[in-house]
Ligand binder design. Structure first.
Ligand code: SAM
Ligand code: CA
Length: 251
């Protein structure tokens, strides 16, 4: 796809963002493929590749994070030397496996999802990768579980890294709890914070008519505003995948 004028580029971008299967907010499909084929796929763990290919056949495959985002999560986990981590929103487990592979042998992930079936689809591949022992999967809504965790003083500041990729209308509720559970210097990554580009799309953009986009957009906007002014964290929003906001707890 070649872009010429600014107008053409803008209208093409809207088209790209409307195609919800497109896993990036970059200016062209070719540029994104270049990144994947040059830097990501050749380095992707064989089991991650298998899980990605298995997930691609699932009707909700769009929900999985893309491989370049998996690479980012892995890098973050290693950079901070994370040991004790949490994931909210597992689906078939691509981000979970990327995190598990990045953790040391005795690292831990508390993984939550309302749906065990999808997790079990990917589980044989996670087992084959030799990292299933790091995962404590809990079936059920995340919020009550976080409330339960927070009751125990020992859990406060006990997590090094948290990845949130579930119900967008609860992200702020999660943040209120996670900020206490993550240690100072630890990270929380919130996924989909650019919400397919809708956070800054014109009201007449085709994606603004999509029910799913329309429904969650106000929650994503509210989250972004709240994170931007939260003095307890430093933040960095990256246009990787559908946008990820990395929050580092500073107080
Ligand atoms: N991170 C996953 C990956 O890389 O494949 C994708 C997660 S998918 C976008 C969102 C998941 O959140 C779904 O599997 C869904 O069942 C789960 N979910 C939705 N509401 C939830 C809730 N209240 N508590 C926990 N999980 C929830
Ligand atoms: Ca996501």
């Amino acid at each position: 796809m070649a872009f010429h004028t600014k107008e053409e580029q803008q209208s093409n971008q809207i088209a790209v963002h409307t195609d919800l299967n497109h896993k990036s907010l970059l200016q062209s499909y070719e540029l994104y493929q270049y990144i994947l084929e040059t830097n990501v796929y050749p380095r992707e763990h064989q089991c991650l590749k298998e899980l990605r290919q298995l997930t691609a056949k699932h009707p909700w495959s769009l929900m999985a994070i893309p491989a370049d985002e998996g690479q980012l999560l892995s890098m973050l986990v290693k950079l901070i030397g994370a040991q004790n981590t949490m994931e909210i929103g597992v689906y078939t487990g691509y981000s979970l496996l990327a995190t598990a592979l990045a953790l040391p042998h005795d690292g831990k992930i508390l993984a939550m999802d309302v749906n065990r079936e999808d997790y079990e689809l990917g589980l044989p591949i996670i087992e084959k990768a030799g990292v299933a022992h790091k995962i404590d999967f809990r079936e059920g809504p995340a919020l009550p579980l976080l409330d339960q965790l927070i009751q125990d003083e020992n859990n406060k500041g006990a997590y090094d890294f948290v990845f949130v990729d579930a119900d967008k209308d609860n992200y702020l509720n999660y943040h209120k709890r996670l900020i206490e559970l993550v240690r100072v210097g630890g990270l929380i990554g919130y996924d989909n914070t650019l919400w397919y580009g809708s956070v800054a799309a014109p009201p007449n953009a085709p994606l603004m008519d999509m029910e799913h986009i329309k429904h969650y957009r106000p929650f994503v906007l509210e989250l972004n505003k709240a994170l931007a002014i939260d003095p307890r964290i430093e933040i960095c929003q990256l246009p990787v995948g559908d946008g990820i906001t990395i929050c580092r707890r500073i107080s």
